[in-house]
Design a binder for this molecule. Structure first.
Ligand code: SAH
Ligand code: SF4
Ligand code: F3S
Length: 451
């Protein structure tokens, strides 16, 4: 067997794609290896969202080039492939900056990897593939790979038509495309048969999902979720990432009606200033977002929220930033990601006047992150003494310990739970640690609880 090492950057969709690439290359004799050192092929599955993410790829490629030369000296070849959003955005430029790269393949073209490797073995030199629609990708990627645990990702939608003025995704992932429901149901059934209990449905704009249903009508994300909840063995469902504009009534209602749908929602708002939201082309106001959150919480009082924020968007002044802090205080987040605005080539905001100086961005980020950490700590502390269902995913560091996830995605350690992997059990939280919770089984003797 040849060894394959895939290093994944960026979002969960890249994690899903990396697993599909591994599945695709298995029949060609590639088995997953543990690192780049002894790999016959290394794939960097890259992210272009911020400058830092993209630049990391080139430093990693520099290191891989050294490894490739060292291996060549021992008569062993090593193929280097760049996949993902940097591949899509920069294409040929990657080959020019790092000639040790053999393959450049965009996110819509992974199913072409075997042919591309065949071309290389016929002496083609570099190969590059960044065309092809997402439709073809999902029809041709194997969905029958190894399952790595009771929680799995399933991409249902790809691409974005929103064109937020700061964002590269519409350019790297292309137009919105929803997979047909039947294809998704089949993949979910297979995962359930292999022991998967929790599915996280993925899409850059997952709640914009509008796929062909088995009856020929268009299915919304809610409709798909209700159908997936019927599959034997699927105890929990999640979806990410959602856009506030696409939060439809049927999806909001599902939070109140469907116990399998976890009461945790990643709903990025980016900013709390109407002026900035407009310049970002988000097409909703801060109050629209507040009202939306209130509507979802009216269906599901224990809903916890997470978000993404950008500070230092061009033109953002102190009052705009204060408005973001005010929104954070009003909503209250269990968890959140926040970033300094990073100008991305080809996006409208990157050429806007009034770019915010780096030191101002840095100070605002620190301020916002302090507030968000305080909220996260308060949320975790509020879990003390409560009982909720935990899906046990893997053994812990201590003997017999099991680690699972709460409905709110917090890791929960429970002594004596190693035998419960793959099961959902009621757990009482007895300690709040910096990055996790510790709990005890509510009743070690009872059978599985419903979610
Ligand atoms: N589809 C998702 C976001 C995908 S990108 C959505 O609409 O919310 C993930 C996050 O990266 C974004 O939510 C945003 O907060 C951040 N991001 C995107 N482009 C950025 C940029 N140019 N600079 C800084 N952060 C950025
Ligand atoms: Fe990017 Fe906006 Fe699309 Fe999200 S909705 S992927 S932030 S363009
Ligand atoms: Fe990054 Fe592409 Fe995902 S830019 S965040 S890997 S869609």
């Amino acid at each position: 067997m040849k060894k394959l090492f895939i290093k994944t950057y960026g979002c969960q969709m890249n994690v899903y794609d990396s697993a599909r690439m591994a599945d695709l290359l298995a029949p060609l004799g590639y088995a997953p290896g543990s690192g780049p050192d002894d790999a016959d092929m290394v794939i960097l599955n890259t992210c272009h969202i911020r400058e830092k993410a993209a630049e990391k790829v080139y430093s990693e490629l520099g290191r891989l080039r050294q490894l490739k030369l060292a291996r060549a000296a021992q008569g062993k070849p090593m193929l280097i492939a760049v996949a993902g959003c940097v591949a899509q955005a920069e294409g040929e430029e990657i080959l020019a900056r790092q000639p040790a790269v053999d393959v450049v393949v965009g996110p819509q073209s992974y199913h072409r990897l075997p042919q591309m490797l065949a071309e290389i073995s016929r002496g083609a030199g570099h190969v590059l593939e960044t065309e092809f629609p997402a439709e073809e990708k999902f029809d041709n990627l194997p969905g029958d790979g190894a399952v790595t645990g009771p929680a799995a990702f399933l991409t249902v939608q790809e691409g974005c038509d929103k064109f937020c003025t700061f964002c590269v995704v519409p350019y790297t992932r292309g137009a919105e495309f929803s997979r047909p429901a039947a294809q998704i149901i089949e993949e979910a059934q297979r995962l359930a048969r292999a022991g998967v209990r929790e599915l996280t449905l993925l899409g850059q704009n997952v709640n914009a999902y509008c796929g062909e249903g088995p009856d020929g009508s268009d299915w919304s994300l809610a409709r798909l979720i209700y159908r997936l909840a019927e599959i034997d063995g699927i105890a929990r469902l999640r979806f990410t990432t959602s856009h506030p504009r696409d939060m439809r009534e049927d999806l909001i209602a599902a939070f109140g009606e469907l116990p399998q749908l976890m009461p945790y929602l990643h709903l990025p708002v980016q900013s709390g200033s109407d002026r900035v939201l407009e310049a970002m082309n988000r097409k909703h106001s801060a109050d629209d977002y507040r009202e939306l959150v209130a509507r979802i919480r009216s269906r599901r009082a224990d809903l916890a929220l997470s978000s993404d924020f950008i500070v230092g968007f061009p033109g953002e002044d102190d009052a705009d930033f204060e408005a973001t802090l005010a929104l954070v205080r009003d909503v209250g987040y269990a968890q959140a990601y926040s970033f300094k605005y990073s100008p991305r080539p080809g996006t409208p905001a990157s050429v806007a006047h009034r770019q915010v100086p780096e030191d101002v961005k840095k100070a605002r980020l620190e301020h916002l992150q302090n507030l968000l950490s305080t909220q996260q700590e308060a949320f975790n502390a509020s879990c003390l003494g409560k009982s909720f269902p935990v899906l046990f995913e893997k053994p812990g560091r201590k003997p017999q310990q099991g680690v699972g996830r709460s409905p709110y995605l917090q890791p929960v350690h429970v002594d004596g739970a190693a035998r419960l992997i793959g099961q959902v059990r009621s757990v009482r939280i007895c300690e709040v640690l910096p990055n996790s919770l510790r709990g005890e089984l509510v009743d070690a003797s009872v059978a599985e609880v419903s979610p």
